[in-house]
Design a binder for this molecule. Structure first.
Ligand code: SF4
Length: 490
């Protein structure tokens, strides 16, 4: 077999067959449907990273993996990846395997349906339809089975959310109508669970026809095909869904659910740290452990160790999360203590109260041309400092971004730290009129951030109304000018 586009460096979104050049090496992304990776796949990856890479594996905020190598991966490695299911067997559609699911799919007591078979079926559909390869590599689909560990608010082009109506399971269709980083919005269509694949196929086919037109008319370049949201802005949801219904040959069922964001429809609030630590599974006597991966980066030794634990004590696979952590599942109660100790021995953590559980950072200037700052180094400095001087007694989430494009998920953070052209950071806290929160400082030097975070967290822990008041609740009621004064005297 010959690969047609081995390791081109022009892709805007790296994949295995279209890796991109970053400041710190050639970046390849391994797309894992639903974030699932078996222990055997981990072993294959570890060997490649040790031989060609920098010894490190990064979990992305779409629950995929990235590796950096000093040179293009040779063809035999890509063939091995295909053999082991780490790459699509159809090179052209590898970049489209952008499928998100709750990491607790199939093991979560709250789930209405196990969506893993649907993810696998859609992955198989893509393999059979190479004509879809012209779609944007960012085309992303999310399956949410109603798990407590929810992913439906994550930015995606299409999101299917399981709902139960009169004892039957349907999927509520959501589309990514908003700006970059926004959650997909409900569009008033209900899909019976046995029609999900055909509706998805029709949604993708109409999008493909739009893409084809745009490319032929040279409105978009082949290297940057239109996003689904371009189609939605051009045509509107109504026309898109009418064309989808035409293709299906039947009318789409209207949803009786109010077109409100999920959080306003009585859906239980979800905090991103809830997947960390030890949790009982739906399967009696089995547990999963949510492992904190500092800044989403694992050494090959750590990945090898986790894969070994999953094989020896668990279900033989790891589940990556969009919060750049992972789960080891199917552990018997009697083994929990041993597995926990071995995770700690690998230099990792399981507590949501650990400072590294609190901090996420985008790739920063070493991995992204848009970055103004070295987010990874700055986030690491904050975490190392907090580790020495703070005992977090209530989880906090803190996101560090190299620019204001919000790849580090600012819309859900308690504290957002955003790089700007002057190589300093803006600091935001709590909820605000913009996604980042309320601006606490317009310009803050990177090397002073660790002390600022220490002071801010200490003030919260000493002055909150009660131990159950979250950081966000605390700062939302603070007068920011007064808070600045307290910080300056702390
Ligand atoms: S937030 Fe900005 S700097 Fe960070 S990865 Fe995204 S685009 Fe790059």
């Amino acid at each position: 077999m010959e690969f047609s586009q081995l390791q081109s460096t022009t892709a805007i979104c790296p994949s295995l067959f279209n890796a991109t050049t970053a400041q710190d090496g050639i970046l390849s992304r391994i797309r894992l449907p639903a974030g699932l990776i078996t222990s055997t796949q981990c072993e294959v990856l570890v060997q490649v990273v040790n031989q060609f890479g920098n010894g490190e594996i990064q979990i992305t905020n779409r629950a995929n993996l990235q590796i950096r190598t000093s040179r293009a991966l040779p063809e035999e490695v890509l063939l091995d990846f295909q053999d082991y299911g780490l790459a699509s067997s159809a090179e052209s559609t590898d970049g489209l395997r952008n499928m998100m699911a709750s990491p607790s799919a199939g093991i979560d007591t709250h789930a209405k349906i196990n969506i893993i078979p649907l993810v696998k079926a859609w992955n198989f559909y893509l393999l059979q339809h190479p004509e879809l390869a012209i779609l944007s590599n960012k085309f992303s689909i999310c399956f949410d089975g109603g798990e407590a560990i929810r992913v439906s608010d994550r930015p995606n082009d299409i999101c299917l959310v399981a709902v139960e109506i009169n004892g039957e399971i349907y999927f509520d269709l959501h589309l990514g109508l908003g700006d970059r980083g926004d959650s997909p919005a409900l569009v008033g269509v209900l899909i019976p669970h046995n029609q999900v694949l055909e509706v998805l196929a029709a949604l993708a086919e109409v999008y493909r026809q739009y893409t084809q037109q745009q490319l032929e008319q040279k409105i978009h370049l082949r290297s940057r095909p239109p996003r689904l949201r371009d189609l939605l802005h051009d045509w509107g949801v109504k026309k898109y869904l009418e064309l989808v219904a035409e293709k299906l040959g039947y009318t789409l069922k209207p949803s009786p659910l109010a077109p409100l964001p999920l959080r306003e429809r009585g859906t239980r609030a979800f905090e991103v740290y809830e997947h960390l630590g030890i949790h009982a599974q739906k399967q009696s006597g089995l547990f999963y452990i949510g492992v904190v991966i500092p800044l989403g980066r694992l050494t090959s030794r750590q990945l090898q160790g986790l894969a070994k634990l999953a094989k020896q004590y668990g279900g033989g696979a790891l589940r990556l999360t969009p919060w750049q952590n992972l789960l080891i599942t199917d552990i018997a109660e009697a083994d929990l203590e041993q597995v926990t100790q071995e995770i700690l021995n690998l230099g990792l953590y399981i507590s949501a109260h650990h400072p590294y559980a609190a901090i996420a950072a985008c790739s920063g200037y070493k991995g992204c041309k848009s970055a103004f700052t070295d987010t990874q180094a700055d986030a690491k400095a904050i975490a190392s400092h907090l580790e020495k001087c703070i005992q977090l007694d209530y989880p906090i989430n803190l996101h560090v971004s190299g620019c204001d494009k919000s790849c580090a998920q600012h819309h859900v953070s308690d504290i957002a730290i955003v790089g700007q052209a002057s190589a300093t950071y803006k600091v935001y806290v709590g909820d605000g009129e913009i996604n980042f929160g309320r601006e606490l400082y317009a310009e803050y030097a990177a090397d002073e951030l660790p002390q600022l975070m220490e002071r801010l967290i200490n003030i919260y822990q000493n002055q909150r109304q009660n131990p159950d008041q979250s950081f966000r609740e605390f700062v939302n009621q603070c007068n920011l000018q007064e808070l600045r004064e307290v910080i300056s005297h702390a």
